[in-house]
Design a protein around this ligand. Sequence first.
Ligand SMILES: *[C@@H]1O[C@H](CO)[C@@H](O)[C@H](O)[C@H]1NC(C)=O
Ligand SMILES: *[C@@H]1O[C@H](CO)[C@@H](O)[C@H](O)[C@H]1NC(C)=O
Ligand SMILES: *[C@@H]1O[C@H](CO)[C@@H](O)[C@H](O)[C@H]1NC(C)=O
Ligand SMILES: *[C@@H]1O[C@H](CO)[C@@H](O)[C@H](O)[C@H]1NC(C)=O
Ligand SMILES: *[C@@H]1O[C@H](CO)[C@@H](O)[C@H](O)[C@H]1NC(C)=O
Ligand SMILES: *[C@@H]1O[C@H](CO)[C@@H](O)[C@H](O)[C@H]1NC(C)=O
Ligand SMILES: *[C@@H]1O[C@H](CO)[C@@H](O)[C@H](O)[C@H]1NC(C)=O
Ligand SMILES: *[C@@H]1O[C@H](CO)[C@@H](O)[C@H](O)[C@H]1NC(C)=O
Length: 806
Amino acid sequence: MSLLSALSIVCGLMLQLNFSLLSAEYCVPRKTVFYQSNLKLFKEDGIFNYSTMLIRDDLGVLLLGAREAIYALDINNISVQKAAVYWRVPEEKQRECTYKGKHAEVECRNYIRTLHSLNDTTVYVCGTNAFSPTCDYMTFANGQLTLKGKQEEGKGKCPFDPFQRYSSLMVGNDLYSATSINFLGSEPVILRSSSLALRTEFKSSWLSEPNFVYMDFMGESFDSPDGDDDKVYLFFSENAMEYDFYRKVAVSRVARVCKGDMGGQRTLQRKWTSFLKARLDCSFPEPSLPPIVQDVFLLRHKDWRKSVFFAVFTPQSSLSQVSAVCAYTVSAIRGIFNEGKFKTSVAVETSHVKWVMYTGEVPVPRPGACINNVARKMGMNHSLDLPDKTLQFIRDRPLMDEAVHPLTGGPLLLKRGPLLTRIVVDSVLALDGETYNVMFIGTENGYVQKAVNFDGEMFIIEQIQVYENPVAIKILRLSSSKGQLYAGSESGAIQMPLCNCGRYQSCEDCILSRDPYCAWDSSTQQCSSVYSLSASPKTAVQSLKEGNVSQCPSPGPIAAVDLALIPGNNIQLPCQLHSNLAQVHWRFSDLHLQTNNKYYIYSRGLLILNTSTSDAGLYFCDSVEQINSRIYNRTVAVYHLQVFEPTVAVSPSPGITVTKYFIQTSKTATTGSQPDLESEDLPMAENQSDTGKISRLKVAVALLSLFCLSLIGVILWLWKQGHWKCFGFAQNSKGSEGKRPSADYTHIKNRNSEIKLLGAEAGRPCTANNNHTAVDFKGNGEYHFPPLANIASLDGLGYIHDESEI
Ligand SMILES: *[C@@H]1O[C@H](CO)[C@@H](O)[C@H](O)[C@H]1NC(C)=O
Ligand SMILES: *[C@@H]1O[C@H](CO)[C@@H](O)[C@H](O)[C@H]1NC(C)=O
Ligand SMILES: *[C@@H]1O[C@H](CO)[C@@H](O)[C@H](O)[C@H]1NC(C)=O
Ligand SMILES: *[C@@H]1O[C@H](CO)[C@@H](O)[C@H](O)[C@H]1NC(C)=O
Ligand SMILES: *[C@@H]1O[C@H](CO)[C@@H](O)[C@H](O)[C@H]1NC(C)=O
Ligand SMILES: *[C@@H]1O[C@H](CO)[C@@H](O)[C@H](O)[C@H]1NC(C)=O
Ligand SMILES: *[C@@H]1O[C@H](CO)[C@@H](O)[C@H](O)[C@H]1NC(C)=O
Ligand SMILES: *[C@@H]1O[C@H](CO)[C@@H](O)[C@H](O)[C@H]1NC(C)=O
């Protein structure tokens, strides 16, 4: 078992190395930040489904809706609960719900799905309430959350089914909602609950088994030369009517209604007269069924025409593992609705209906248009005045012929691996004076991807694991003013800062991160947030589009670490890169080292097997990273191997600073069979070069390499069949994002001796950060050898912690 797991780990490593060569690297997050327990988390025992949020900056709270509970949490630290209120389902109601065939403990509970601000003191709340949606008013005053107990009918405002997606929006005192209005969930509706309630016509040409995801408001009457009205935009997917296909195909849509709509007089009475919809296009690199919109975020611009909707799409077929983000400007969507052609249905043969472009005459006022100056000139002041001709036209033809195309023609981001679920976007003013849109995208396995698109170049700055378990992120909210991101899942809510520039410790690392929030502050020698630069920005360095590190102070010479070489021993030279996009290159006296029967290059360093005196010399570990088609090559570690001769003084080579490192071993990790590293006695070399053991290892490594090479061959062949422009090896991201170390990995981890470097220069890559250095040099002629003896058994490949550490 342990052999198998070790095998899979080693192969994982080898495959990974090879695939990073093939992948268009922008699709792989540059940095992976694993779960950190200092993340601010909120959850209450016994409460689940934290999936509704409302940020109330004015009250300093985040309102969080969960199953049968609503919380007011401190907006600066959501671990601090300021108040809570519980809204449970009465027993009788729950019984009623189970009689109707629903699951008592799952569906027959009250899931809070709606939280909308009404005014400074009151919030509108709706819950599924055991398949009997109900709404209420809630206040937050004197540190207390109070439900008013109004028990308003929630049908059409909130879904019956807690698993059904829906969307709603409060505009003034009007609630716009898109959900199912019946118990079975079969009657979809887009409803405005107001003094003049309006809804969609119940026709499959209007809505066909829709899945509603997002709604937002756009104040288009502002500064409008044609006297246009404000609008509500809605994003959803539904069964396509425009495709001739042997089975149902879903498509993504954007629809809109006008705020001032009052319905028609005779035709479309109490129905929308301004409901128009169009297909949303977001083409994936490979021909496939239309992708499905999962979430949308509206990034508002001062000029509403330039506001942009960012949408996350996932494939329709579960076979594919590619997600995308596409963006659409409000003016592009308006263009289609205001000027585009309509689709119309024509009967083909007997019962079959086909949707084609309508080429006949379009009545005036234009069907679906809001009341504007054109209509007013014709004496029509509201939709009730619209002529039947216009209304009949729109009742039968709500679909536009042309699709809305993304801003950049194609996706802003394509990512292979665990599917993307939710998105929010922040715009950041960088030092170059440009504004960058930074996307924060939740995944189905508890990660947040932080990504940007630099003039067409897709780039994932980092992926941050925000949940310990791989749960889907169900909601994301952003507070630009607080610089915080809030996420919710079944198991709890978390809060994380939008940037953590301190993660980047050197100038090069700070620049190469290409994080618009971060710049290298030369005066403090720190990677700092652009909002908190100490001195004038003149001393700060940032290079987002180019990733040009030439302005960084030239890094001093890398200190060579002296290591003793005992012929016949194995030796391990640690070197860990700071980027998932970088490749490690090892050099030894003009030789470019490759994994073979002598060298083994793995993610954390180099292993030299059965050393001899000819292996003495300088070893360089280079990090080679491709940023924007340019290669950045920097040496991150140097080792000086010298044949062990205790009497000979060490003389440093010219140009190389020799630093003396003192190594302390932690006692707990040293197992009995290993040399006693605490003692001052020289360990016997023979103990570590047991030839029998080494040859066993060599055979194992060779076999493994063969096995992995054949695997690589197969996958290379598979890869050649497709032609992904953006190929982030699925297993790669899945493996490293999703899986937690299993018991097997943990057991390998525990065998590893922890040896800590003391006195290493802070911030120097591969030294200060590395607490697994295995070889030791004290500089006083006394040498201590690492617990490499155990390496011979595969079980003891202690240097691999788990496959996620790549
Ligand atoms: C947030 O609140 C929790 C709970 O009160 C506390 O333990 C933690 O230290 C706080 N974190 C910060 C950064 O203030
Ligand atoms: C807020 O709205 C609620 C419900 O509509 C209403 O009862 C209350 O008076 C309003 N409060 C203020 C301060 O406007
Ligand atoms: C709520 O959370 C529970 C526990 O994680 C989960 O089993 C259930 O599917 C969730 N319900 C919904 C509607 O997401
Ligand atoms: C429309 O409004 C204008 C000015 O507000 C008014 O003069 C006109 O009579 C109205 N037309 C109708 C049909 O109500
Ligand atoms: C990097 O920046 C320096 C000066 O800031 C400039 O001279 C150099 O041409 C740039 N290099 C690239 C590849 O853009
Ligand atoms: C990186 O730089 C070193 C010298 O600075 C050079 O020897 C090595 O070949 C370079 N590697 C690559 C991949 O360019
Ligand atoms: C190393 O092996 C020698 C015999 O080859 C033995 O005497 C000695 O005790 C061993 N030392 C350790 C630390 O295991
Ligand atoms: C180690 O190398 C020496 C020669 O350098 C060789 O004689 C010996 O057989 C090697 N040992 C193993 C286990 O391969």
